[in-house]
Design a binder for this molecule. Structure first.
Ligand code: ACO
Length: 368
């Protein structure tokens, strides 16, 4: 009898120095630092530096990386045209197309040195943020925004989305969200990126694989569905009945459950804290009350806790971000983790090639 592991649960495919997820303790660490510490005290750009170099940057290093990412936000005209052509598509399809095209026109695309892959990674982090922002502006009929190279990613993005000078508090909160989503061990999209890399394919191809994987409802695609669900439920009083009905019909409630965390996702705790801080700053408290009620009911009835996609949904909603941009925001942050994993995979590679147990027919013949 062949031993099977559908879903690869609990399988370790290698070693990593990037991030550690402890599903029993509810702990997430990037390169030795807890996610709470990084999200609340550091910036997304600091986190990118940490993921790639293993230490936090000094002031010069921070500025150099911030500028490198910022300058790459000016997209090639062909990419803007592709985003225009995709303006009616799902935003994840649009940014997947943009990354594919960016690979096709990047002159260093086939340079597989560590230096080139690192430079491509930093470029891609800026370009992906710009692709999401540009897609949004095209779709809303807004004019292109001048790329202010002094902006960090969070300020640039909030300005692009809101089409006004963003509130400092919103920028800070959004920056923390980017840090919270940057890496998460061997999650499905990172695994995709590593599988593609393991065939000795290029960095852009691996990121395209990862974006396709992140899109799904059981992974990054859950966050926009959470907000659709909250809008459908409508009020705190209806939350319990909604959960009961979903559980009775064996429907999954988006934003709950996790393959690794068996306790409250530490990112969800920080996101809830950030949501509390948004009350009185334009956030309608009813979303937080409704979310808290769902968490209570799910815990009591199914012993399942919320994941990162739960509290991020209403938080983004309170910042005026359109629902279908939530998963692309996940991608514009997670691209940093994907690329760091791609480099790590390249440094210690073995082709990933699992097997399937064949259960189809045998002994057929084409001869009459
Ligand atoms: N709603 C209702 N029931 C759930 C949920 C949920 N969200 N999640 C798990 N369960 C139940 C299952 O129905 C099953 O119940 P049963 O034993 O009574 O049949 C039990 O919990 C175990 O479910 P599995 O699918 O085996 O657990 P798994 O580890 O594969 O689940 C997953 C992980 C896929 C994320 C799941 O929790 C889920 O579908 N969640 C909703 C989608 C979501 O929020 N995805 C984002 C995850 S975080 C991220 O990727 C960024």
């Amino acid at each position: 009898m062949v031993e099977m592991n559908q879903g690869l649960e609990g399988i370790h495919i290698g070693e990593s120095k990037l991030s550690s997820v402890d599903g029993q303790k509810g702990e997430l660490i990037y390169r030795g630092y807890t996610i709470e510490d990084l999200a609340l005290n550091r910036t997304f750009e600091d986190t990118v530096f940490l993921l790639f170099f293993g230490v936090l940057p000094d002031a010069d290093e921070r500025e150099t990386l911030r500028e490198q990412i910022a300058l790459s936000r000016t997209l090639p005209p062909a990419v803007v045209a592709a985003l225009e052509a995709c303006k009616d598509a799902h935003p994840m399809d649009a940014i997947r197309t943009a990354v594919s095209l960016l690979g096709g026109i990047d002159s260093a695309s086939e340079d597989d040195s560590v230096e080139a892959n690192r430079a491509k990674s930093f470029r891609l982090i800026g370009q992906l943020g710009a692709a999401v922002a540009t897609f949004h502006r095209i779709r809303e009929g807004l004019p292109p925004l001048d790329n202010n190279p002094n902006d960090d990613m969070a300020r640039y993005f909030m300005r692009s989305i809101r089409d006004e000078e963003p509130d400092d508090h919103f920028v800070r909160v959004f920056d923390a969200c980017l840090t919270l989503h940057a890496d998460h061990g061997c999650n499905a999209s990172t695994f995709s990126a590593r599988v593609t890399t393991s065939t000795m394919s290029d960095l852009h191809s691996a990121v395209v694989s990862a974006i396709g994987t992140l899109k799904g409802a059981l992974h990054g695609g859950a966050n926009s569905r959470v907000m659709e669900m909250l809008l459908t439920i409508g009020s705190e009083d209806e939350a319990e009945a909604f959960v009961d009905d979903a559980l009775a019909h064996k429907r999954r409630i988006m934003g709950f459950g996790h393959r690794v965390y068996k306790v409250f996702d530490p990112r969800a705790k920080v996101l809830r804290e950030l949501s509390v801080g948004m009350i009185g700053r334009g956030a309608d408290e009813k979303w937080l009350r409704m979310s808290d009620r769902m968490v209570e009911v799910m815990k009591a009835k199914k012993d399942i806790d919320p994941n990162v996609d739960f509290y991020s949904a209403s938080l983004y909603y309170s910042m005026g971000i359109p629902l279908d941009i939530y998963t692309p925001i996940f991608a514009m942050s997670r691209v940093s983790g994907w690329c760091a994993h791609i480099l790590e995979q390249k440094a210690s590679n073995r082709l990933m090639r699992p097997r399937l147990v064949y259960t189809g027919p045998r002994d057929l013949t084409t001869k009459a």
